[in-house]
Design a protein around this ligand. Structure first.
Ligand SMILES: Cc1cc2nc3c(=O)[nH]c(=O)nc-3n(C[C@H](O)[C@H](O)[C@H](O)COP(=O)(O)OP(=O)(O)OC[C@H]3O[C@@H](n4cnc5c(N)ncnc54)[C@H](O)[C@@H]3O)c2cc1C
Length: 461
């Protein structure tokens, strides 16, 4: 990889003439926000940020960068948590945020065709207005983009029932690092022609191609939703309830866990009353037909009968939204007041959640760190936050994090359930994948990007 060339004044001038002045940001005073995301930031700002409006614009930028050997870092909304859009080697940040058209919603074909910069909630609302449903719902859905979701294969609470973003991407248009256009996949719900390049590009974290158009699967919109908050005395008790649900015959659409540390943040914010003696809660949702999903919720709650108090069920949309507001704010809320933290995204088989939570408590205790765990317990994906209040905590964080990674893998889990490897977990990928798997991925990277200019420093060590 590299050495990379600088864009320089001549490169900036060429970008301006290719895209026009309102699509190129080159004033050093304005480049700082483009140094990264919620996970990592580059030491230096990029040399320029470009905001293409068309696939042809993207082609032009990549052709220039490829010719000159200048790195390009794709960016959506910059809500990532693994440093994926940090321009670690400088060069150009290519933001697809202004390519934000919903080009087609096809009720009969159950699909949408969109540009990558569409904000996830905007597609959800547009689909709902047509009686359809786009389920992938990262907690950042008010700001993140569909291109970013596809590039990270984003999950979210509803992945439990409906699957992650990959299950909803039928086809893609993408621009390869040398400027060629690649069309993958299909517009039909089924299709098995050739190798599945769509599946390869989804989750490739902007390292293989820039996504410029997405064909997305839509589903029928459920007519009713039931939501309940189930309190438990301890996080282990809540975690033990999760596998019991699998044998209830009911598929919840959401099964989220908040531990004691996360509940402390809820208490501080005061939006929802948290009972004395609550050590953890499960937030559960069923959907479907009005009577049916209520009955399903009744049966499901019978399965988690060792709750410390009667479950709270939302009586109307207002109460439901209040419960969800708490969950969506969790990422910021748990960090309030802390001097520093790490926020992990580990995932274990659901019957190992209780063991992992207990281990995290142990490790944090030994390192004098605070813990807040929340996340998508239904698919074993836990956002483990380790926090410290005094400067000395920083040194202990890395050791604690590595011990948690090791234990996650020993439990049969993975280092990242949805945020991606990016730059932040790159050094540890070899803990999870062997040399054969890593070598094959390096070969793939070379085929797509022989000059290594696209998002260098990410995913593969
Ligand atoms: C409060 C909060 C809650 C979150 N909750 C969740 C959650 O529940 N589930 C979840 O999965 N994630 C979650 N995230 C992480 C983040 O929102 C997702 O990873 C999201 O998919 C990133 O989208 P983005 O548009 O912000 O992409 P960015 O952060 O800008 O980029 C992410 C990656 O995608 C690449 N990329 C972006 N656009 C393109 C493109 N057009 N072509 C090629 N590559 C591209 C970038 O290079 C980078 O590697 C959360 C983040 C926050 C801050």
């Amino acid at each position: 990889m590299g050495p990379f060339r600088r864009l320089g004044a001549a490169g900036r001038r060429e970008l301006l003439s290719l895209l026009g002045p309102d699509a190129v940001l080159a004033d050093p005073a304005l480049l700082d926000p483009y140094r990264g995301d919620f996970g990592d930031r580059s030491e230096e700002p990029p040399e320029a940020v470009v905001f293409p409006r068309t696939t042809r614009d993207v082609q032009a930028v990549l052709a220039l960068a490829s010719r000159e050997g200048v790195p390009v870092t794709p960016r959506g909304a910059g809500t990532g948590k693994a440093g994926g859009c940090a321009p670690l080697h400088g060069g150009i940040v290519l933001s697809t945020s202004r390519m934000n058209g919903i080009l087609e919603i096809h009720e009969g074909g159950a699909r949408a065709v969109v540009e990558p910069g569409v904000v996830t909630r905007d597609l959800r609302e547009a689909a709902e207005a047509r009686g359809l449903f786009y389920p992938p719902d990262p907690a950042s859905l008010d700001t993140c983009t569909l291109g970013g979701n596809a590039a990270t294969n984003a999950g979210g609470p509803m992945a439990l029932k409906y699957g992650v973003t990959r299950e909803h991407v039928l086809g893609l248009e993408a621009v390869l690092p040398d400027g060629r256009i690649l069309n993958t996949g299909r517009r039909t719900l089924k299709g098995v022609a050739g190798y599945d390049l769509t599946a390869l590009l989804v989750g490739s974290e902007g390292t293989l191609a820039v996504l410029t158009r997405l064909v997305l699967r839509l589903r029928p919109r459920p007519r009713a939703v039931e939501t309940a908050l189930v309190p438990f005395a301890t996080v282990e008790a809540a975690a033990r309830a999760v596998p019991r649900i699998w044998t209830s015959g009911i598929q919840p659409r959401v099964l989220e866990l908040l531990d004691g540390g996360a509940l402390a943040a809820v208490r501080r914010r005061g939006a929802v009353p948290v009972g004395e003696g609550w050590g953890a809660v499960l937030l559960v949702e069923t959907d479907g037909e009005p009577g049916g999903c209520r009955e399903e919720m009744d049966r499901l709650l019978d399965r988690v009968a060792d709750a410390v108090e009667a479950p709270r069920r939302s009586r109307d949309e207002g109460e439901r939204e209040a419960l969800w507001a708490v969950r969506r704010e969790m990422s910021a809320a748990v960090k309030e007041g802390a001097r520093g933290w790490s926020s992990e995204d580990v995932t274990v088989p659901t019957d190992r959640i209780a063991a992992l939570c207990a281990y995290v408590g142990e490790v944090a205790g030994e390192g004098g760190l605070r813990v807040a765990i929340y996340g998508h317990a239904g698919d074993g994906n836990l956002h483990v936050n380790l926090l410290y209040d005094a400067a000395a905590g920083r040194a202990r964080l890395r050791d604690a994090t590595e011990r948690i990674y090791r234990r996650t893998l020993d439990e049969g889990g993975t280092l990242t359930g949805e945020h991606g490897i990016g730059s932040t977990k790159r050094a540890w990928l070899p803990w999870e994948q062997d040399e054969t798997a890593l070598g094959l991925q390096r070969d793939l990277k070379r085929i797509f990007d022989p000059k290594g200019i696209l998002n260098p420093g990410k995913v593969l060590p």
